[in-house]
Write a protein that binds this ligand. Structure first.
Ligand SMILES: NC(=O)c1ccc[n+]([C@@H]2O[C@H](COP(=O)([O-])OP(=O)(O)OC[C@H]3O[C@@H](n4cnc5c(N)ncnc54)[C@H](O)[C@@H]3O)[C@@H](O)[C@H]2O)c1
Length: 406
């Protein structure tokens, strides 16, 4: 049975730990760590109250890395992601890395270099790749139902004004990032599933991007509206634009549009959209439109078919959702936390190439620093490096993992 460490017990770390302890077996957690003593204590209490053996627990990264383990959940804040992953890989540990963008392109190259020197992959734990809709559409794309896919878009549309503004009280990393940076800081929830659909790093690659940031108003307004709690932020200047739009071009001719949208009022969405020569899927109204006489009859009153995505998911459901849907339902983020954890545990157990490997991780995380450069230059195109050094164009063997995203 594979042994795992677990580092980072903020809100996310605790949720993922609970999902593991309550819903998944076939692994062992041997060490837990957080920089903050009270968070280590909270993590311990989740083992204690379930009558489980408490793993070795520490606030020291060095002590944590002295424990023998095969894999390691990294649920830390963004600044720690790549340094922790590299340290793990150098020790022969396959890290499972929570999502977030990188800070520099050099860090992304370092991640790839570490894989190439050690043979140990890192796996980005991009749970949205396992979304019921995203996986079902992936399957339909592979079956040719959308024809040639020419354009995809998506966004991280999530009103985070409270989480960001209360960052001092919550000791949360997002606040400092929104003050100091202006970039597409969270690209992978939408880019991950799109990259799989477009075979990025497996016959295709992202070539260049242009990013544009709107002005910054949402947080200032929110802080003024909650000034009794947030007076310490009264004069804070935020750098992060409210809406960041990124256009990416791909080697096989497709375009991708990503939107970061986290500081204005709205309902949650990932805006997942796939446009092909035979049909299109639109998450915003959960509908699939095919190039059929029947669908064209509703060209101007398509609202009558809003939510026909439900029928699409019934008819074309991805095998992973057929098999694990019941177990996943009711777990975090509509079941995708369960599925990504299962995928990562399978990867470590089999010491296999992860479904989201180091090249995917590096190229998806690289969007953040590249978007920062492009925004600074008024949206000028910036080249996206080929982290695979040409291997993206070579044929790849199909993964034998049950949780493959081929
Ligand atoms: N996939 C998803 O759906 C999803 C949802 C929420 C958050 N996240 C991701 O989860 C991560 C954590 O988010 P959060 O909201 O829990 O953050 P948080 O800041 O509340 O918690 C992070 C914790 O990591 C600890 N930490 C940071 N660096 C460390 C290090 N080097 N050693 C030990 N401990 C360290 C911090 O002390 C803190 O307790 C982020 O990367 C975020 O993007 C993903």
């Amino acid at each position: 049975m594979a042994k795992f460490g677990f580092i980072g017990f903020g809100h996310r770390g605790i949720n993922m730990l609970e999902c593991l302890l309550d819903h998944i077996d076939g692994y062992e957690i041997v060490a837990i760590c957080d920089l903050m003593e009270e968070r280590v204590e909270e993590a311990k209490s989740h083992f204690e109250k379930r009558g489980l053996k408490v793993p070795f627990a520490t606030t020291s990264e060095d002590e944590f890395f002295n424990v023998e383990m095969d894999g390691m959940f990294i649920m830390a804040y963004w600044e720690s992601h790549i340094p922790l992953a590299i340290r793990a890989m150098k020790k022969g540990i396959i890290p499972g890395l929570e999502v977030g963008g990188a800070y520099t392109i050099e860090d992304c190259f370092e991640l790839v270099k570490t894989y190439e020197e050690t043979g140990i992959h890192t796996m980005l734990l991009e749970n949205c790749c396992y979304g019921k809709t995203e996986l079902t559409v992936l399957k339909m794309v592979r079956e040719g139902l959308f024809g040639d896919v020419v354009h995809c878009s998506g966004g991280y549309h999530h009103d985070l004004r409270k989480e960001i503004s209360y960052g001092v009280q919550k000791k949360h990393y997002r606040l400092r990032n929104y003050i100091s940076r202006n970039c597409e800081n969270y690209p992978t929830h939408e880019l991950g599933p799109i990259a799989k659909i477009l075979n990025i790093n497996r016959g295709n690659r992202m070539l260049q991007l242009s990013s544009f940031a709107s002005k910054t108003k949402g947080l200032h307004k929110y802080i003024n509206d909650h000034i009794e709690d947030l007076s310490h932020l009264k004069d804070t200047q935020f750098n992060q634009g409210d809406i960041v739009t990124t256009v990416i071009t791909c080697a096989n001719g497709e375009t991708i549009v990503l939107t970061l949208d986290t500081t204005l009022p709205r309902a949650y969405s990932r805006g997942f959209t796939v446009r092909g020569t035979n049909g299109s899927y639109f998450e915003e109204n959960d509908s699939v439109f095919f190039d059929t006489e029947e669908d064209h009859k509703f060209h101007f009153d398509w609202y009558k078919h809003f939510r026909n995505g439900e029928k699409m998911r019934e008819e074309h459901l991805h095998p992973l959702w057929k098999k694990y849907g019941a177990a996943a339902d009711g777990t975090g983020h509509d079941g995708i936390d369960y599925l990504i954890l299962k995928a990562y545990i399978e990867t470590v157990e089999k010491k296999a190439i992860p479904p989201i490997d180091t090249y995917d991780t590096a190229s998806w995380m690289a969007i953040t620093p590249l978007s920062e450069q492009s925004i600074k230059m008024g949206g000028a195109p910036v080249a996206i490096p080929d982290f695979t050094k040409g291997k993206w164009a070579m044929p790849r063997e199909k993964s034998e993992l049950e949780f493959a995203l081929d």
